[in-house]
Design a protein around this ligand. Structure first.
Ligand code: HEC
Ligand code: HEC
Length: 304
C-alpha cells in the first residue's frame, strides 16, 4: 500500500513538473512572438487625396475603427481582466504621445495592410487582414481622413498580460491573434476595387474589407468565435435566416442592428455600426453578393 502511494506521489509530481514546464514553454513562446520584428516590402505609391469627397469617403470607412479605438479615436481600455491582464487600444489621433504621432504614410500602410507597427512588431487583434483589403484608393481616403482627426491627448496604460494569459496565448488557446501571420503580404502591395455599384462584385469587395469571412467562416455558413463567451457567427448564406429576408430587411438590419426575427445584434460582437453608415447601393451590393453564394446548411461548427 505504502509503495503504491509512493509511486502515485512520484507520478503526480512528474505530471505537475511536465505541466509547469509546458506552461513556462508556452509563456516563453508568447514572449518570443511579441518580440518578433518584420519588415515586408510595402507599397509606397498610395495617393493620399485631400478633396472633400475623398475625406468623406475616408470618414465613412473609419467608423468601424471606433468599435475598438473609441468614439473619439483616441484609444480606450480594450480589455481589463484580473486573470488576463490589461491592454489598451492605441490612440489614432495625431496628438503628442499618441501611437500615430510620428506616423508617415508608409507607417499607416504598414499597420493597416501588413499588421505591423512602425518598428515591425506584429499587431495583436487589430484586424489588418480585412482592413488591408481596402483598395489603394479607399485606403488613401481612410489615411487622409485619419490625418485630419482632432488631436486628443489621452493617457493609456501599458499592455500587461498575466503569466497565465501568456502561456495560454503561446499554446494558441485564443486562436491566432496576429493577423500578420495570415496576411498575403505580396498581394496587398497594390489593390484595385470595382467601381461602387449594387453588383455582387462590389459586394464581394465590401465583404472582404469588412472581414465577414473572418467571423462567419470561409463559406459564410457560420463559425464559432475563439472567444468562448461570444455567440457563434450565424450562417449568412441563403441557407440561414438571410434566405427569408428581403433587401429592405437586410438594409434595416445593417442600419438598426435588429434582425427581422427581432434579435438585437450587439455591436461589439457583430460590428454593424461601421456597415450602417454605407450607402443603400453598397448595402444592396453586399446583399446581392451574399445571395449569389451557394445556399448552405449551418456549418458543423455551429450546429447545436
Ligand atoms: C477589433 C478591434 C479593432 C478594430 C476594429 C480596429 N483596430 Fe486598430 N488596433 C486594435 C488593437 C487592439 C491595436 C493594438 C495592437 C497592438 O499594439 O498589438 C490596434 C492597433 C492599431 C494601429 C497601430 C498603432 C501603433 O501602435 O503603431 C493602427 C494604426 C490602427 N490600429 C488603426 C486602425 C484603423 C484605422 C481602424 C479602422 C479602419 C482600426 N484600427 C480598427 C484593435 C482594432
Ligand atoms: C467580428 C466578427 C464579425 C464580423 C466581422 C461580421 N460578423 Fe456578422 N455576426 C457576427 C456574430 C457573432 C453574429 C451573431 C450575433 C448573435 O447571435 O447575437 C453575427 C450576425 C450577423 C447577422 C445576423 C444573422 C441572423 O441570422 O440573425 C448578419 C446578417 C450578419 N452577421 C452579417 C454580416 C456581414 C454581411 C458581415 C460583413 C460585412 C459581417 N456580418 C461581419 C460576427 C461578425
Amino acid at each position: 500500500m505504502k509503495k503504491i502511494l509512493k509511486w502515485a506521489g512520484i507520478l503526480l509530481l512528474s505530471l505537475a513538473l511536465i505541466a509547469s514546464s509546458a506552461v513556462l514553454y508556452f509563456k516563453t513562446k508568447a514572449d518570443k512572438m511579441a518580440e518578433e520584428r518584420h519588415n515586408p516590402e510595402i507599397a509606397l505609391l498610395i495617393d493620399i487625396p485631400t478633396d472633400s469627397i475623398s475625406l468623406e469617403r475616408g470618414r465613412i470607412l473609419s467608423v468601424g475603427c471606433q468599435d475598438c479605438h473609441g468614439h473619439d479615436y483616441a484609444g480606450k481600455d480594450f480589455f481589463n481582466d484580473p486573470m488576463i491582464g490589461f491592454m489598451a487600444s492605441p490612440n489614432l489621433t495625431p496628438s503628442k504621445g499618441s501611437a500615430v504621432e510620428l506616423y508617415e504614410t508608409k507607417d499607416w500602410i504598414k499597420a493597416l495592410r501588413h499588421g505591423l507597427n512602425p518598428e515591425g512588431r506584429p499587431l495583436m487583434v487589430m484586424p489588418s487582414e480585412s482592413i488591408g483589403q481596402l483598395s489603394d484608393r479607399d485606403l488613401g481616403c481612410l489615411i487622409s481622413y485619419l490625418k485630419t482627426l482632432e488631436p486628443i491627448v489621452k493617457p493609456l496604460g501599458p499592455t500587461n498580460f498575466s503569466f497565465m494569459a501568456k502561456a495560454m496565448l503561446g499554446a494558441g488557446l485564443f486562436g491566432n491573434l496576429y493577423p500578420y501571420d495570415i496576411i498575403e503580404h505580396e498581394s496587398v502591395k497594390s489593390i484595385k476595387a470595382p467601381a461602387v455599384s449594387n453588383l455582387p462584385e462590389y459586394g464581394e469587395y465590401f465583404a472582404k474589407f469588412k472581414g465577414c469571412k473572418s467571423c462567419h467562416g470561409d463559406e459564410l455558413n457560420g463559425a464559432k468565435s475563439p472567444d468562448p463567451v461570444s455567440p457563434a457567427a450565424a450562417n449568412i448564406t441563403s441557407g440561414g435566416n438571410l434566405g427569408k429576408w428581403s433587401l429592405q430587411d437586410f438594409i434595416l438590419t445593417m442600419r438598426s442592428g435588429t434582425t427581422p426575427e427581432g434579435k438585437f445584434l450587439k455591436p461589439d460582437i457583430m460590428p454593424w455600426v461601421g456597415l450602417s453608415v454605407h450607402s443603400d447601393t453598397e448595402l444592396e451590393a453586399l446583399f446581392n453578393y451574399l445571395k449569389a453564394q451557394p445556399s448552405l446548411d449551418d456549418s458543423e461548427e455551429i450546429k447545436p
